[in-house]
Design a protein around this ligand. Structure first.
Ligand SMILES: [Zn+2]
Ligand SMILES: [Zn+2]
Ligand SMILES: [Zn+2]
Length: 450
């Protein structure tokens, strides 16, 4: 039976009409979760109490993906909170339960599965960083920190994006850190570009129109008025008698004069003096689920839906290198090779909407037909979530027609089915390719999208 947990006192609020509410005192932090709660409401005005409960729920192995709501707008934007208590709470819970049914991951075994499941349970969720004030401002992803205290989270997140499990959603912030100790407690100081001294003074110079003399403004002050020290003209009106040229800076240590000072960045933590270029720049994003992550959630397997049974896959880098090389060989040896792009137009929608078993069946049937077409010498790569690129080398002109027809047939056989396929064939050599193969491939993918 679906339950929801209400922590602390709520004032006359009808939380749900459908589900059983379990109430617990906000001070009962020793509370032991005996079952899964679809939603948890935390009623408190104390930030520390709220954060304790938030961590307690998110680090609990059966409740880490529960919906968490607050009535306090100070806490509703925190990284692991689902927001203010919505009006349609039962709808949210129903959606949660629906998602739960589709969840096919063992969430006990690792961080990756936990994170994917957490993101899956609510449409609005993303993995968000929180600002941490420690050795300056820094960002951490609280959800990840709860489950893994190790280092190298940035790399791990990068890998998750590369694998297509997560997608960058929004750039939250960019920070700079000391090149020596990674602290971001930094002081940006103007200094002399010659001797490095920070003892600078600003000199305001005046420019006499009558004789063109430029000098420190103090030199112009004579018995209450302003007189040019060079031509002795009295300067009355700015704009007609004189003006102020750009302000200069003078180094009190070496007397060097300059307009723009050099900026040196002193680390308060370790004392290192960094040049701006020596600073380590870091960007923090929020992340949402990507295509492969959704497949993994629904199947429990690493997603290689498209290609598992077709043959051996090469990386995009290798594929573009091969394309370029074959293109050159085609010119030199007067041969023909065939580039084939296949785009599964509605794959992403299908992974969301269709039963996994049925979709896997569809793709397997497709792979079967494709296998018949390919030889072991043909190479292919997964260019994007829903696009495969192939290179069929040493194709005779007669066989091109056959291949074209066969691919046409494969496409047509797919037509009545929910899986929509677009094919694009290009005979190599292709003169526009040699300038920039990456661009050429991107263009092929782009054209299939339209
Ligand atoms: Zn430092
Ligand atoms: Zn100096
Ligand atoms: Zn003058």
């Amino acid at each position: 039976m679906t339950k929801i947990l209400s922590i602390g006192t709520q004032k006359n609020m009808m939380l749900t009409s459908e589900y059983a509410v379990v109430e617990v005192s906000v001070n009962d932090l020793d509370f032991v979760f005996d079952c899964e709660y679809a939603a948890v409401f935390i009623f408190t005005t104390s930030e520390s109490t709220f954060l304790s409960w938030l961590s307690k729920v998110r680090s609990n192995s059966i409740n880490f993906h529960s919906l968490i709501y607050t009535e306090n707008s100070d806490f509703s934007d925190l990284a692991m909170v689902d927001g203010l208590i919505p009006n349609n709470i039962d709808d949210k819970i129903n959606y949660y339960l629906l998602r739960k049914e589709e969840l096919n991951l063992n969430t006990n075994d690792n961080l990756e599965n936990k994170l994917l499941s957490y993101l899956w349970m609510s449409k609005e969720r993303s993995l968000r960083p929180s600002r941490i004030i420690n050795k300056g401002v820094n960002y951490k992803y609280p959800f990840i920190e709860l489950w893994d205290q190790g280092e190298g989270k940035d790399l791990w997140l990068n890998r998750m994006v590369k694998a297509g499990h997560l997608a960058q959603e929004k750039l939250i912030d960019r920070i700079r850190q000391c090149g020596s100790c990674q602290s971001s407690l930094l002081n940006y100081v103007d200094c002399c570009s010659d001797c490095g001294s920070i003892d600078l003074k600003i000199e305001r110079a005046l420019h006499c129109f009558a004789c063109g003399h430029v000098g420190d403004q103090n030199e112009f002050i004579r018995s209450g008025g302003m007189v040019c020290p060079n031509c002795l003209n009295t300067l009355r009106h700015i704009g007609t008698d004189y003006d102020r040229p750009i302000e200069n800076q003078r180094c009190n240590n070496c007397n060097n004069i300059f307009i723009d000072a050099k900026v040196s960045v002193h680390c308060f933590t370790c004392g290192q003096k960094n040049d701006i270029d020596d600073l380590v720049q870091k960007e923090y994003f929020s992340f949402t689920l990507a295509h492969n992550g959704i497949i993994k959630i629904k199947t429990g397997n690493e997603p290689q839906l498209l290609v598992t049974s077709v043959g051996e896959l090469v990386t995009r880098e290798h594929f573009s290198w091969m394309t370029n090389w074959l293109n050159k060989m085609a010119v030199r040896k007067n041969e023909h090779h065939l580039f084939v792009g296949l785009k599964f137009v509605n794959l992403l929608e299908l992974t969301k909407a269709m039963s996994t078993v049925a979709l896997t069946g569809q793709l397997e049937a497709f792979n079967e037909r494709l296998r018949k077409l390919l030889r072991t010498t043909d190479i292919f790569c997964q260019y994007s979530d829903d696009t495969l690129f192939f290179l069929l080398s040493g194709v005779s002109e007669q066989s091109i027609k056959i291949i074209q027809e066969k691919i046409g047939t494969i496409s047509k056989e797919q037509q009545g089915n929910p899986l929509e396929l677009i094919a694009s064939l290009h005979l190599l050599p292709e003169s526009t390719l040699s300038n920039n193969v990456e661009f050429w491939l991107a263009e092929r993918a782009q054209k299939m999208g339209n």
